[in-house]
Design a protein around this ligand. Structure first.
Ligand SMILES: Nc1ncnc2c1ncn2[C@@H]1O[C@H](COP(=O)(O)OP(=O)(O)OP(=O)(O)O)[C@@H](O)[C@H]1O
Length: 309
């Protein structure tokens, strides 16, 4: 696969001296969904805005589809669809005209069939003659997506696509994103919702303080950093871990009433059966067992803490 977005040493210092991007390197493959995950103020919008030519970088380079976003601005912009975080639509305009105008703004001729397809895909076809101000917040967000799609971009940036929308609409949006991916569109989305990254991204980039802390395949990230813990509640507390269990690398819970065993679900076996046999052989009685799975959220929080945020 080839990188359709290539970012190298990108920096952005805003007027007033605040450095929002501190040398970002990132390569995004054609056809993938990359989730850019980071806390408030991490630099997500600044990075997207720089790639879309809205914010002027102060250093480094960025190319979209081979076009430098500064020097070949028009070439780069023609490849890109941007769904901004804030809804900025003309309230008295009709849905279908809003989308038509957007296509015209990009210098493309009329294509009513395409506009119908996009509006249908986003469940807006029935609302095509409604005025923007009559729409719900979630529908307005869909109009923003329709606008971004009407010039058939190869790279779609979604800045917080589901912020403030209800659970049902969020899932609909995820379906739309999956359909676009199936059509070969590369998608970069920023999100605060870790479950969103978990649900739809192929790769996850974590950004904090203007720096990319990590870029990794979601599945590999969860395999590498995710683990499960088995908490074993004992019938009688123990003062220390019995010598016979030394090989298990167990943690003793507060009060000596629980033993905690961390294990990977990816290996050949978890070792739980043998552990339970050894516990029994060591004369320990079990009151209860519980398991917990670390999530992308735990991984994310751990990374941000490590990064000193
Ligand atoms: N025009 C500007 N002038 C000065 N500082 C700015 C400007 N725009 C953004 N910043 C600062 O740059 C930092 C990064 O902002 P950015 O909007 O990129 O973060 P973000 O990760 O998108 O945050 P959020 O999740 O809150 O949208 C913030 O500290 C912000 O205050």
């Amino acid at each position: 696969m080839t990188a359709i977005v290539e970012v190298s040493g990108l920096t952005k210092t805003y007027k007033g001296g605040f450095q929002a991007l501190k040398g970002v390197d990132l390569a995004i493959e054609e056809g993938e969904i990359l989730a850019l995950l980071g806390p408030n103020g991490a630099g997500k919008t600044t990075l997207i805005s720089a790639l879309c030519g809205i914010v002027q970088p102060t250093g480094g380079t960025a190319r979209v589809g081979g076009f430098d976003v500064v020097e070949d601005y028009r070439g780069a912009r023609a490849m890109i669809g941007l769904v901004p975080q804030e809804v900025a639509l003309e309230p008295f305009e009709k849905v279908i005209n809003t989308v038509r105008f957007s296509r015209g703004l990009f210098g493309y001729g009329k294509d009513e069939a395409l506009i119908e397809r996009i509006l249908r895909q986003l469940s807006l076809w029935d609302k095509r003659h409604a005025r923007i101000r009559e729409l719900s917040g979630g529908m307005k967000r869909r109009v923003l997506i329709a606008k971004a799609l009407c010039h058939e971009p190869r790279v779609l940036f979604l800045d917080e696509p589901t912020a403030g929308v209800d659970v049902e609409l969020r899932r609909d949006m995820w379906d739309v994103v999956a359909e676009l991916k199936a059509q070969g569109v590369t998608i970069i989305l920023t999100t605060h919702y870790i479950e969103e990254a978990e649900a739809i991204a192929d790769r996850v980039a974590v950004i904090n303080g203007g720096q990319i802390l990590l870029v990794e395949e979601k599945a590999a990230l969860m395999r590498r950093m995710g683990c499960k813990e088995l908490t074993i509640e004992l019938t009688e507390p123990v003062a220390a871990l019995p010598e016979a269990l030394a090989r298990w690398d167990l943690r003793l819970g507060a009060g000596g009433e629980t033993l905690i065993y961390a294990y990977s679900t990816q290996g050949e076996g978890t070792g739980i059966t043998r552990l339970l046999q050894d516990l029994s052989a060591a004369g320990l009685g079990l009151r209860d067992l519980a398991t917990t799975q670390s999530s992308l959220e735990d991984i994310f929080v751990g990374l941000i803490k490590e990064g000193g945020a």
